[in-house]
Design a protein around this ligand. Structure first.
Ligand code: NAD
Length: 313
């Protein structure tokens, strides 16, 4: 029996790759409903889906920020039956808080937090009734550890982590699984879109020092980190497929073993001092953030921590 998988935000990046990987499953175990806000952007997905398009992969329009759009989409699914819901749609936001409008901040929460909550609220009742189903949420390592100049994005991912951690307990009683995927940096349009915005922005309201720390220190190290540690959207798709196919899926699934020490550091010191001061020193007290980060991460990543990540292979 084919499992019905509904995925949000499939016009690009990770969502597109998950849709294609599942639709191309050799045993045809999945019927993928790939959704996106604007169907005019289907081109890349349709091309990547190849001959699975119209067979194991169908397209529907869905905007996670709209009650109407979500309801219409779910209503058009046969019997409202969704076995696996993959909440992938998300937006980023970078920069000094002083220069970001409240509306821009709210837009991030509308998509990353309320968008995911809206989807879960709509799909979960049927899963509870059937006592089966799996909800996947594309969170981020930034849902576990704050990152300088990603204040609002990080907060939106923390919010969804808290929501899911609470929901998971109730859902367990109904035999519905809930899993978070926690990627580190991934090479997608997400990265490109943010870098383009950074180049355009003037940062009104932020003082010169802050702008300098952001542009010259943070952005530069961020580019280095993406280059050195970045995974591909295919990697994240493979990890997600593993989580879906696991008989006992974990609640949190880090995809990048180099990030486990960052999480370990947080749990090692519940006062938060270790995390805050380590990040401060990395950013402001050393010449090359990249060099130091790599050496710390390498020496901290022992085999026992590696086992705690899910690998694409
Ligand atoms: P992306 O920009 O390629 O994909 C995001 C998708 O979400 C896009 O297709 C976009 O159109 C869609 N989207 C945005 N608003 C939407 C809305 N209101 N309704 C429906 N769809 C909407 O970037 P990506 O990297 O593939 O991001 C996918 C997810 O992975 C996001 O939740 C992101 O936070 C998360 N993530 C990304 C990275 C990274 O480094 N790229 C790292 C960790 C987590």
């Amino acid at each position: 029996e084919q499992k019905v998988v509904l995925i949000t935000g499939c016009s690009s990046g990770i969502g597109l790759r998950i849709a294609v990987l599942l639709a191309r499953d050799e045993q045809k175990r999945y019927h993928v409903i790939a959704t996106m806000r604007d169907l005019r952007k289907k081109h890349q997905l349709v091309e990547a889906a190849g001959d699975t398009y119209g067979k194991t992969l169908t397209l529907l329009s869905l905007d996670v920020c709209s009650d109407d759009s979500v309801r219409k989409c779910i209503d058009s699914v046969k019997d409202h039956h969704i076995d696996i819901l993959i909440n992938n749609a998300g937006v980023g936001l970078l920069g000094p808080v002083e220069s970001i409008s409240m509306d821009e901040m709210k837009r991030v929460f509308e998509t990353n937090f309320f968008g995911t909550v809206r989807m879960i609220k709509e799909v979960m009742p049927d899963m509870k009734r059937r006592q089966s189903g799996h909800i996947i949420v594309m969170s981020s390592v930034m849902g576990l550890q704050g990152v300088v100049f990603n204040d609002v994005y990080t907060a939106s991912k923390f919010a969804i982590e808290g929501f899911c951690e609470s929901m998971a307990v109730q859902l367990l009683k109904f035999n519905v699984k809930l899993s978070l995927i926690e990627p580190g940096p991934v090479h997608t349009e997400f990265e490109t879109k943010m870098m383009e915005e950074v180049a355009k922005m003037e940062y009104p309201g932020a003082d010169a020092d802050t702008v300098r720390y952001f542009k010259d220190v943070y952005i530069q190290s961020s580019i280095d980190i993406f280059e050195a540690l970045g995974q591909t959207p295919e990697d994240i798709a493979k990890c997600t497929k593993k989580v879906i196919e696991s008989s006992r899926p974990r609640f949190r699934n880090l995809t990048n073993s180099l990030y486990t020490p960052i999480v370990a550091m947080k749990y090692a010191d519940e006062t938060g001092g270790l995390s805050v001061h380590t990040f401060y020193n990395l950013l402001f007290n050393f010449g090359s953030l990249m060099h130091i980060t790599m050496s710390i991460l390498k020496c901290l990543t022992c085999s026992c921590l590696r086992r705690r990540t899910i690998s694409p292979d």
